[in-house]
Write a protein of this length. Sequence first.
Length: 324
Amino acid sequence: MTFEHQGLLFHREQQFHEVAQERLRSAVRENAHAVLAVTGERAAALTSALSPNERERVRVIDRDGLYDAPGRTLAALHRLALTHEPVPVVVVAEPPLPAASGTELREWHRLESVLCTALAPQRIRLLCAHDARSLTPRTRSAVLATHPVLTGPRGARNNPAYLGTAAFGARPVAPEPLPVTGPVHRLEIGLSLPRLRGELVALGADVGFPSDRIDSLVVAVNELAANVLEHGAGKGTVQVWRAPGRWVCDVFDERGGLYDPLAGYRPADGVRPRGYGLWITRQTCDFLEISGSGEGSLVRLHFVDPAREASSVEEAGTRTPLRP
């Protein structure tokens, strides 16, 4: 068994229950490690229908904990496989599809598009359940484009609409502009990474990063700056600023050689040293966008502020794209 990625688009709760229950029961019968990561009410309804023995052997985890951020979700799935190998892992999950942010929705779709490549050797069967009643036409198309197999009460079938990494693999010229709600702080990427790290610690405190998020900022930018020095133009800039509900950090490489917006979604294997830094970076920030042209590459890091995220839609700001 290697990685299997299936999608379930259901129109009634009963359809979801039938498919998910059978998937969990099948995992128990084959002595696989069964994991359930769906919203609370659905998790309770599913487990209540299982026998006591089946419930004992199904691990229920927090859906929002698994789907914390795209890079951390991928790392968590890797850990599940490595922790339990050679036992196969069966996951029934309900991926988030945020309606409020096009950027975040696109990055979740990018993660789904790369799973078959990133997890190819892992013994995981992942069933992604989506309530079709709440999907917009565009989101439904994206779900279809990122799942090679569709399943339902009548069984599984190959999905002719599947595109895989081609669905979201084109590099945009620039990220979507965000409202700027405070001053934009700029640092130069020079030869001294220790100096840059020190400047970032001070800057993070000045713009209100929590202490644990300052560490994340420093680790992420250090990896990207090292890429600029080792694989890029050897110089670039870092800009840190506030947007509604988050802190944003842009790392600009003047050479523009980073072409793959899915870079960092594949674990490092010793052959792709640049991918290793981006693999780490995707886990230390919440969302990561890669864009650029022949004039440079821009990596935009999003650090979500949970205290302000809920009210971010109501915050005012100047919707102006930043220039490195």
